[in-house]
Design a protein around this ligand. Structure first.
Ligand SMILES: [Zn+2]
Length: 387
């Protein structure tokens, strides 16, 4: 409660000054009329009785609208402390005042909208932010909040509209987020089995952001479903150019395409070149599998052993141990079994995905970070030693 006190002390002093100034100008309000209210309000705050304090401050507002700033600050503080009901009460009371200036009213609407958002009352918040837009006040903040609401409500069409308006206003491009909104709409179309619509939307996603891996992966899978394997392969290979960190997401489908085309030699050549460019563990595992198929378990174990010297990844070790167990020629079987179980457990408990914006970790791929709400910031982890 001390922070509230510090906030209000200067106001109390200022209020005395304003009142004194007014009384000197022969107005009716005097120091003695106004300051006691503040001090009893402060007293209630000090005694941890915020509701009584709010009553006092609201009563003072009836007398004089010079205290609007204080009410805004007080409401803001309550919201930040998580006392949303109190913040709402203060801001609603402010808005009900007919004497507010246009600026003050807009400021109070913005604050109340944020209270409603924090309370999860999105409908009410939405109408306040729309009202601000119509008033042409605090447009960017209002749009930013509307975008948060529409994302929460998964209203992707409205997200697209608002993001475009925000982009025009602020000059900051929202291309990446817009591509994801199109992807969300495309996923909905795919769920309805409307693959034509889904493809149209994914095209828009790629036009919005040429580096949208998600759109490429989705379109690739749609092409595969439709039997257009070569198209799918051409698309999926673009993930390497878009963002090689997502290669592990594309590789299973790429390998499946080559297998469907029955082109094993081409797959080997492709993986070898890919491996030279990006010695990622997912690529190494795919290589090891090909080697195992053509030359047997021991050759695959040798390949993985070489790889692990320079790239000590858990996934590689787990695969190598299980191949060693399978080949069965070793007399240290017991020890290998234990090692493999330990590695398996470590892999199970490990978050395979990491947000590059906020450090949030996840076991599955989220295209929007649940923590910081960034789009496309969660990527497959490459290092096993990060926690
Ligand atoms: Zn994040």
């Amino acid at each position: 409660m001390m922070e509230l006190l510090w906030l209000l002390l200067p106001v109390a002093a200022a209020s005395g000054w304003v009142a004194a100034k007014r009384s000197s100008a022969n107005r009716t309000v005097t120091v003695t009329d106004r300051t006691p209210g503040y001090f009893s309000g402060l007293n209630y705050l000090l005694n941890e009785q915020p509701d009584k304090a709010i009553d006092v401050f609201i009563k003072m507002l009836e007398v004089d609208s010079e205290t609007v700033e204080t009410h805004l600050a007080l409401g803001n503080l309550f919201r930040r402390r998580g006392e949303v009901d109190r913040a709402i009460r203060i801001h609603q009371n402010l808005i009900a005042r007919p004497t507010l200036s246009r600026d003050q009213r807009a400021q109070a609407l913005l604050e109340l909208g944020q209270d409603y958002m924090k309370a999860g009352l999105f409908d009410r918040a939405e109408s306040l932010f729309s009202e601000l837009g119509e008033m042409n006040m605090f447009q960017s903040q209002a749009l930013e909040n509307l975008l948060t609401i529409y994302q929460q409500e998964k209203d992707w069409d409205k997200c697209l509209q608002v993001a475009r308006r925000l982009g025009q206003r602020t000059g900051v491009s929202r291309r990446r987020a817009c591509a994801h909104y199109y992807c969300e709409l495309a996923e909905e179309a795919r769920t309805r089995k409307d693959l034509v619509k889904a493809s149209q939307l994914l095209k828009k996603a790629r036009l919005s952001d040429d580096e949208c891996v998600r759109a490429t992966l989705l379109q690739g899978r749609i092409e595969m479903l439709g039997g257009a394997t070569k198209n799918a392969l051409r698309l999926l290979k673009q993930v390497e150019r878009q963002d090689p960190e997502y290669l592990s997401e594309a590789l299973p489908s790429i390998i499946e395409c080559y297998r469907l085309l029955g082109d094993r030699e081409e797959l080997t050549r492709y993986l070898e070149k890919l491996y030279q460019r990006h010695p990622l563990v997912s690529v190494a595992l795919a290589m090891a599998e090909l080697i195992r198929e053509s030359d047997g378990d021991e050759a695959a174990v040798r390949f993985l052993g070489d790889y692990l010297h320079s790239h000590p990844y858990l996934e590689g070790l787990e695969r190598m141990l299980s191949l060693m167990l399978q080949s069965g020629s070793t007399d240290s079987r017991e020890s290998l079994t234990i090692q493999q179980r330990i590695v398996e457990k470590m892999l199970e408990s490990r978050a395979a995905y990491l947000c590059s914006s906020c450090g949030f970790t996840a076991k599955t791929l989220h295209w929007q970070c649940p923590s910081c709400k960034s789009w496309g910031s969660i990527k497959p982890r490459q290092e096993f030693d990060e926690t």
